[in-house]
Ligand binder design. Structure first.
Ligand SMILES: *Cc1c(COP(=O)(O)O)cnc(C)c1O
Length: 498
């Protein structure tokens, strides 16, 4: 199987090249030229087997230039026993009749990014061997929270890789900051910067594209790569869990093989829900893809009228990992729905970077209406939903998952659609303890410190706090430095020892 670019259809690369490069030279994203098809028989072959086997079977459809042994090495390493707190890796939890939550936060950092970022380092190092003669891969990340920690944990002590993460000093939650500053591993570096997330992001981009820096790395047998959510190596692992969830729905008797399900996904960069779209296109009987946004509801509007417009107020919400106004992965959907029209995609993307908006064609719009439903949820509704869900079912959800649950409830009310449904749950509630505690305490904020709030939440909810979060209290921060944006390149050199 070969991959092309959303902005230039003449591009043709293998999956290893797509994963090693991250983004196409023309600025487009890599997409498979044709999707593998799976049928009921394929689904049958995934019943009664573990997650690793399911992942191997699905990934081998996409990564045709990886050998069976290589895929086995990657997948077995990523989802090995003990790395995830459930033997099923991404287990389903029944919330109500026909409604299940897909727990994607059982990994080492307690957010769904682990599902992809545990596997990416393996895919990337194998790809580097095939394509760039075994250079050491240097990963630079600018993070507003979850991605940085998940990438650190994924690349920690992976041979032939080094990773450096920058985060805005005052722009991440106390728990997220501690998760990063206490990171273990011999090939990792973490540094705060004086500035906001945009400063960190533009600083990283500037280093990434600086010819002098690239040359210096090259002289030392190193090269940059990206762990961004636009890397195909982050998207393809996410397709697996939707197929796996469908199998689990059969196994637990909710559906028969061939029955339709709906899928609800809390969305920011449009990566997670795009993976569900690919699963549907491959043949998993998914009826509606339900796209859930917080107050930054640029996608809700887009799915109602086909107009994407980022010129609007930016909200800082209680579901911060979805505070995004440019959903980068939407570009892939537009490419597919426009009949792989790279010229149209180029036009829309240049209009997005220029005027901050674009309008899709009638044809694309009609397909969008057919495939997707969309809704949004503000902070008050998020709190309300956490409280109601806890009171009704005793199940504690985080703020991002709550956005999805609320949008799903609205959807059912509006349409009466009772199709069995999978709701993607993207973070463990203890990652956002303050918000969740407030929600189940009648909206009263609490000014105790982070770990006292964790204690209170344990007392009040009875839900277990993952060890990797509660043990942060005892850990000494390793990375305490903070730099100015102008000094980021020097910090990278120091970390690399060059
Ligand atoms: C990253 C993230 C999201 C958004 O995922 P996208 O793939 O960007 O849509 C949602 N919830 C949590 C907890 C996240 O970390």
């Amino acid at each position: 199987m070969l991959y092309t670019s959303t902005r230039d259809r003449s591009v043709s690369v293998t999956s290893a090249e797509a994963i090693a490069c991250g983004i196409s030279k023309d600025g487009g994203l890599f997409v498979p030229m044709e999707l593998p098809h799976i049928d009921g028989e394929f689904i049958n072959s995934l019943l009664g087997v573990d997650y690793i086997t399911r992942a191997e079977k699905v990934l081998s459809l996409f990564l045709t230039d990886y050998s069976e042994d290589e895929i086995d090495y990657c997948v077995s390493g990523a989802y090995a026993d003990g790395k995830f707190s459930s033997k099923k890796v991404a287990p389903l939890k029944t919330l109500a009749e026909g409604v299940a939550v897909l727990e994607l936060w059982r990994g080492p950092t307690c957010a769904f990014k682990d599902m992809a970022l545990q596997l990416l380092p393996y895919l990337l190092t194998v790809a580097a061997k095939k394509t760039v003669a075994d250079k050491t891969i240097v990963i630079l990340v600018a993070t507003s929270g979850d991605t940085g920690k998940a990438a650190l944990e994924g690349f920690k002590d992976v041979d032939k890789t080094k990773i450096m993460v920058f985060y805005p000093n005052d722009g991440v939650s106390p728990m997220q900051k501690l998760q990063m500053t206490t990171q273990e591993g011999g090939n990792v570096g973490v540094c705060a910067i004086n500035g906001n997330f945009d400063d960190a992001q533009s600083g990283v981009k500037a280093i990434f594209t600086n010819p002098e820096v690239i040359k210096k790395l090259d002289e030392n047998g190193m090269m940059f790569s990206s762990a961004n959510s636009i890397n195909w190596g982050r998207l393809v692992p996410q397709i697996v869990y939707y197929i796996s969830a469908y199998c689990d729905m059969i196994e637990n008797g909710t559906i028969n093989n061939g029955d339709e399900i709906n899928v609800v996904v809390p969305t920011g960069n449009f990566g997670n829900i795009l993976a569900a779209y690919y699963a549907k296109k491959m043949g998993v009987p998914i009826r509606k893809l339900i796209c859930a946004s917080n107050s930054n509801n640029v996608l809700t509007d887009f799915f109602s009228d086909g107009k994407y417009d980022r010129n609007r107020k930016f909200y800082t919400t209680e579901s911060p990992s979805m505070d995004i106004l440019i959903s980068s992965n939407l570009e892939r959907l537009l490419f597919h729905l426009s009949g792989e029209n790279d010229e149209l995609v180029r036009k829309w993307m240049s209009s997005l970077s220029g005027e901050g908006r674009y309008v899709v064609t009638e044809e694309v719009k009609n397909q969008i209406f057919e495939l997707f439903a969309a809704g949004c949820c503000n902070d008050d509704e998020t709190n309300d939903t956490i409280e109601k869900c806890f009171n009704n079912s005793g199940y504690l959800i985080d703020t991002h998952t709550a956005v999805a649950v609320k949008v799903y409830n609205d959807y059912v009310q509006k349409t009466g659609d009772k199709t069995p449904t999978v709701i993607a749950s993207t973070a463990n509630p203890y990652k956002f303890s303050a918000s969740v505690l407030k929600a189940i305490s009648g909206g009263e904020p609490c000014d105790a410190d982070e770990f006292q709030q964790v204690e209170l939440l344990i007392e009040k909810s009875g839900a277990q706090c993952p060890e990797q979060l509660s043990s942060l209290k005892e850990k000494m921060p390793r990375f305490t430095s903070c730099c100015n944006k102008e000094d980021m390149a020097r910090v990278v050199y120091d970390m690399l020892g060059i």
